[in-house]
Design a protein around this ligand. Structure first.
Ligand SMILES: Cc1cc2nc3c(=O)[nH]c(=O)nc-3n(C[C@H](O)[C@H](O)[C@H](O)COP(=O)(O)OP(=O)(O)OC[C@H]3O[C@@H](n4cnc5c(N)ncnc54)[C@H](O)[C@@H]3O)c2cc1C
Length: 322
């Protein structure tokens, strides 16, 4: 357990950074499911220099750390997160860095990038309109919609791996369907996109079409994290879940959405444990009835070990399947 004095060093001691440092900061309002406990220390670096200091601090004190983007694809444990949670919301600038190139801070909201690209007449992001979260989170999970994904325009990115900050080119990310080589030991700091030129008016129409499609297909009421499971090859997760009679199934205030069965809704006071238990139930039922093992698209942060070690509640995450 981390003691308070230890944490204060990053705010006012020899390791002081210019960015924000918040002790025992609640994370509930920083994720779209609106669940989870506090972070021992929530840190918001202002720039790469702050990031270097934070990593020197982490090395010195040997504490765990995780990156939080917009929290729109994340299940945060009820007990919260030990160590540091780093959020890059203050590293969010967009600049034109060459012919049809954009350099974007990882903390930039994806919606802002889409808007700015359209304004400049840069094509490649239109179908991503309406996806919540940050550019860093989108790169980590290769966010996409309607056949377009963030990887399509990515040229390179600055990635911190503990102390070292290196430039990765697109191939090094090994992008796949909602996946990349970015793991828990990496932090994407800044991304360079290479775009094609297009007419802003045409791009605006494509953005409007993408938003319209989203309104029709994803009209879910309540707090959600989007699709909970990845689509298995040749079928869709929502169809399997529906086929297994799980539409509307609930545990506590966590419910398989009535409108979109691959969404789990927090109807008000759901806990992260209830969401995890419902995910485990869906995964097990689909496995038993169809033989397909659904793989979570959402990530987890914090300690779920106690809950998920119970044989009747076991939920398989990707890292356990490898
Ligand atoms: C209503 C709704 C609709 C959605 N629709 C879509 C959709 O159409 N397509 C789609 O792909 N997704 C969709 N999502 C899911 C989500 O919005 C995306 O996955 C998004 O890209 C996650 O970004 P984030 O910043 O919120 O990441 P977070 O949820 O904060 O984090 C997700 C993971 O990425 C890691 N991460 C975050 N930032 C960084 C960083 N800078 N460096 C390294 N790792 C990082 C985190 O540690 C975590 O493991 C939807 C979600 C909601 C709530």
């Amino acid at each position: 357990m981390i003691n308070v004095d230890w944490r204060k060093e990053l705010t006012q001691g020899s390791w002081a950074i210019r960015g924000e440092c918040l002790i025992d900061e609640p994370l509930k309002n920083l994720n779209s499911w609106r669940v989870g406990g506090p972070a021992d220390l929530l840190v918001r670096p202002l720039d790469v220099e702050d990031v270097h200091t934070v990593f020197a601090f982490i090395r010195h004190h040997r504490v765990p750390w995780r990156v939080l983007g917009g929290g729109s694809n994340l299940l945060i444990a009820d007990k919260g997160v030990r160590g540091l949670v780093i959020q890059l919301s203050d590293m969010n600038r967009i600049s034109q860095s060459g012919a049809c190139q954009l350099t974007v801070g990882a903390g930039c909201p994806l919606s802002h990038l889409v808007q700015e690209a359209v304004r400049l007449g840069y094509a490649g992001f239109e179908s991503l309109a309406g996806i919540p979260g940050t550019v860093g989170g989108a790169v980590a999970g290769n966010a996409g919609a309607l056949g377009q994904q963030i990887a399509d325009c990515l040229q390179s990115a600055l990635v911190a791996e503990n102390a070292a900050v290196e430039r990765w080119v697109c191939d090094e990310f090994h992008f796949g369907y909602r996946s990349s080589a970015i793991g828990d030991k990496h932090m994407v700091l800044e991304v360079v996109f290479a775009c094609e030129r297009s007419e802003p008016e045409l791009l605006r129409e494509k953005v409007a079409a993408a938003r319209e499609h989203r309104c029709q297909a994803h009209a879910v009421i309540g707090a959600t994290a989007g699709s909970v499971f990845k689509n298995p090859p040749e079928t869709q997760a929502w169809k399997l879940i529906d086929q297994c009679g799980l539409r509307g199934k609930s545990i506590g205030d966590a419910q398989v959405s009535e409108q979109h069965t691959n969404f789990i809704v927090n109807r008000g006071s759901a806990t992260a444990d209830e969401i995890a238990q419902l995910m485990a139930l869906v995964q097990q039922t689909v496995m038993d009835q169809t033989g397909v093992c659904l793989s979570p698209e959402v990530h987890k942060m914090g300690d779920f070990d106690e809950l998920l070690s119970r044989p009747d509640k076991h939920l398989l995450w990707d890292e356990e399947r490898r």
